[in-house]
Design a protein around this ligand. Structure first.
Ligand SMILES: [Zn+2]
Ligand SMILES: [Zn+2]
Length: 601
């Protein structure tokens, strides 16, 4: 790779370019006198010296002329000076874009200057984002209104969050379950020594707000795989993954696919790094990039679920602050391009090798049978909240839409009970897998690792239907899936919206008004009568909805909503207690193999 000198462009040249552009656009007609120097200085936010340098450049290019003791006048743009005018205007408008290397076949695409961008002369003394207006494709409104979710506030996350705040990305949501320790200080620009043991997400969000008080921030001190409602992702423009393990990446990948959102992954180790953009339906997704061994690894780890979780939390990768800067910068930049509607290269990976300073891009092959390629259909917004709604309430709503056969699929396994194989004691647990530690899996009496009875479906037979959604691990503002073996419905707990998504952490003013639920589609007036489900007339009314209707408009492929046949139910009958429920498996949407009773190790 050839390294070429970067041409330095002064502020005066940029100002001259802006003035040339307004002449081309006819805002400064030929023969007109330019405003007095003092006015121009204040409009352009530059010093007298800079302005004079710019005017001199315009004069040298025959674009303006000086009339002694009168002032500067615009000249007619004709064949003699049109080239100079265009070059000046173009260089000013694209001064931040770096010239791409000619050798790279997959390199960035040079964009034409957008003629419709109105000329705005910022006040550089008062407007912190003013210079961005000189970038031809920069759309201030889009950037200021953008909502970006940053998953992970470690070395990469720190760099990404810093960049987003500097660029004035309007709304930044930070999620991380971890706490700050001394070893983070060597690679985390947002953390200080006094922050020891504080939540990474909280500190990173607070520092983003102090870097740029104009941005709105929110943080969640929690695990993205289990504690972030899908409704949050549904309202984001871009998700940036700053993660250090495969399980979390896989979860983010699925959530983004389900919600049809682009996400930017970054990974670093020592001096090596990679960046990749994934857009649902455009090329490979993260799961497509995993080979058979990696996928088998993941499923093996899930055959021992409690231990798998433990291992994820312990995973540590050696990194340097320098590689975190490089890769974090590229991730932020890709996110910025997505926000501005610029072309990106989904399904490809950019490798950076800092040992030899080599960079190359390769494309992944999308896999037809990839389990992640699902996009949710139309989401029904319910005025319900995870803390207040019971499993029974949710089931009634689903049955009103889907008939008496409808059941709910949870996104995470629910540990119903733990049974000791040696002393045969059974302890009722009823907590989500993420809240049961490996240690708690052991028998308190004899110390043996116990078998856990898991489920992820709610069929109506359970003896815990009075429990709230929150108590079985459903996060606030989550979107639940229900199905009847023929079609799916998606229900959002939109009642949680004001608390779960507000972007007003660390604001001194009143809380922001976030959009209220648009539609309320609960049509249920009373409990559904299910005296004789077999003879119920509702049975005959279950119909396969037009799949195009249920598919998201941007993803017209109705084929993504698939129902797994019940014959796929691989539940091993032997040893199952008589209370064991019929399991309607939907493993296609799950990370885990559908074993109801799992030997822990
Ligand atoms: Zn895939
Ligand atoms: Zn025991």
């Amino acid at each position: 790779m050839k390294i070429q000198p970067v041409k330095h462009r002064t502020l005066a040249e940029t100002v001259a370019g802006r003035l040339a552009a307004s002449m081309i656009d006819g805002n400064l007609p030929p023969g007109d006198q330019l405003p007095p120097e003092r006015v121009l200085m204040s409009q352009l936010g530059v010093s007298r010296a800079t302005l004079r340098e710019a005017l001199k450049a315009l004069e040298e290019n025959s674009l303006i002329e000086s009339r002694p003791n009168v002032g500067w006048f615009a000249r007619t743009i004709d064949e003699s000076n049109v080239t100079q005018a265009r070059e000046l205007a173009q260089s000013a408008a694209s001064h931040s874009g770096s010239p791409a290397s000619d050798e790279a076949p997959t390199g960035p695409i040079r964009l034409p200057i957008l003629p419709e961008k109105p000329i705005r002369i910022p006040n550089l003394q008062k407007d912190r984002l003013g210079t961005f207006d000189f970038i031809s494709w920069w759309e201030r409104d889009k950037v200021q209104n953008a909502k970006v979710l940053v998953v992970g506030a470690g070395a990469l996350g720190n760099e990404v969050i810093k960049n987003l705040a500097l660029m004035g990305i309007g709304n930044i949501f930070v999620v991380d379950f971890d706490r700050i320790e001394a070893a983070n200080l060597s690679r985390s620009v947002l953390f200080r020594e006094a922050d020891n043991t504080r939540s990474k997400a909280e500190v990173a969000a607070a520092r983003a707000k102090s870097i740029n008080p104009q941005v709105h921030v929110q943080y969640l001190n929690g695990d993205v795989t289990a504690q972030l409602g899908l409704g949050v992702i549904r309202r984001m423009d871009v998700v940036i993954g700053c993660l250090d393990n495969r399980e979390a990446r896989l979860a983010v990948n699925r959530f983004c696919y389900w919600m049809n959102k682009p996400w930017v992954d970054g990974a670093i180790q020592e001096l090596l790094g990679l960046v990749r953009v994934f857009v649902p339906g455009q090329g490979a997704c993260y799961e497509c990039t995993l080979n058979e061994t990696a996928l088998r690894d993941l499923s093996l780890r899930y055959s021992c679920p409690l231990l798998a979780r433990q291992n994820i939390l312990l995973g540590k990768v050696p990194t340097t602050p320098t590689i975190a800067s490089i890769i974090g910068a590229m991730q932020s930049q890709e996110a910025l391009k997505l926000i501005n509607g610029m072309p990106v290269e989904p399904g490809k990976v950019i490798h950076f090798n800092g040992m030899v300073n080599q960079m190359h891009t390769t494309a992944y092959v999308p896999r037809e049978d990839c389990e992640s390629h699902w996009t949710f259909g139309e989401v029904t917004e319910l005025p319900a909240r995870a803390e207040r709604t019971s499993l029974n309430d949710m089931l009634r709503i689903a049955r009103a839409d889907l008939g008496p056969e409808a059941f709910i699929e949870l996104d995470q396994e629910l540990v119903i009970s733990l049974e000791c194989p040696s002393c045969h004691t059974i302890e009722k647990i009823l907590r989500p897998l993420s809240e049961v530690t490996f240690e708690a899996g052991h028998c308190p009496t004899c110390g043996v690792l116990r078998d856990s009875q898991l489920t992820h479906t709610i069929t109506g037979q359970e003896d815990f239907l009075h429990r709230t959604l929150a108590s079985v691990g459903v996060p606030a503002l989550h979107i639940l899936r229900a199905q009847n073996g023929i079609e799916y419905r998606f229900y959002e707990l939109t009642g949680d919206l004001p608390e779960a998504l507000h972007f007003n952490h660390f604001e001194r003013t009143e809380p922001l008004k976030i959009d209220r639920p648009v539609k309320e589609r609960i049509r249920l007036k009373g409990p559904v009568e299910l005296k004789d489900a077999q003879k119920s007339p509702a049975r005959g009314r279950i119909r396969l909805k037009d799949e195009k209707k249920t598919a998201a408009p941007a993803q017209p492929s109705g084929g993504r909503i698939r129902i797994r046949e019940q014959s796929r139910d691989r539940l091993a009958g032997r040893g199952d207690p008589p209370t064991s429920r019929r399991r309607k498996d939907s493993s296609a949407l799950k990370l885990r193999p559908p074993a109801q009773r799992v030997k822990l190790c």
